[in-house]
Design a binder for this molecule. Sequence first.
Ligand code: UDP
Length: 295
Amino acid sequence: MGAGHSVVAVDNFITGSPDNLRQLDGHPQFRFIQADVTQPGWDAGIAAEQFEYVWHLASLASPVDYLKYPLETLETGSTATRNLLEVARRCRAAFLVTSTSEVYGDPLEHPQTEQYWGNVNSIGPRSCYDESKRFAEAITMAYHRVHGVRTAIARIFNTYGPRMALNDGRVVPAFVDQALRGEALTVFGDGSQTRSFCYVSDLVEGLIRLMHSGFHEPVNLGNPAEMTMLQFAESIQAKTGTQSRIVFRPLPQDDPKRRRPDITRAKQVLDWEPQVPFDEGMALTIEYFSSLVPA
Ligand code: UDP
């Protein structure tokens, strides 16, 4: 909207929150429709609209959430992707789908380039997410090849920042919430597994550049700064000044051991790389969560 566009947003709030849209109440360039993009008739409110861009950002993104709603997660990667590709085809709009580093599964190559095909357990508890995102990539490429839709595929690595749900179970809100409440930080396994965290504003900039790039093959978007979950827990202890100790809990099944994006392609194609250092992004995130957790 800052660039002059009008936006229609659709969400069923299965995990999202209306609070995050309050700032847009009454905005002349914004319209919101509460609907489920996987269900017939979801598009009744937009059937006559002509769009220039279609952004398929919908999905449950936390392992805790998609384990709770595996069927909805599968539908959002499959049926919803097809529904939104049809909107793009009808409108001759550019289309972007948010895929995931989970297409690499528990990767046997490190760091992960877009050329790596992945190591996914197709029947495990995470498969509802991983396989539906892999299907989303496949149908997006098929619409590009068969119908000539201008498509883009972002493979998003772990992202964090203000407005994440405090209780969504992912490691960033979990540790910050536990630290602010003085509860023990729950490290899963021995904490040697790694992740690489990207601040939300960097990700958004990458998505916008990708939408406008005309590049249709997948592009990794993430921050290559990798750390173990034990290091992450210790950094949250230090940054919040909490007295909380660290406790170890069982590692969930199929939890990827290492994850770090190779962002060579994003640098070359989009002239993009993350700008926000971990310390700065985490300070903003802790400040946000502090406003939600009673001191
Ligand atoms: N994790 C953890 N404690 C928690 C929540 C998550 O140690 O309370 C670990 C989890 O096992 C994984 C990493 O943190 O190795 C990132 O988990 P998250 O759910 O944020 O996302 P994922 O990268 O697995 O999709």
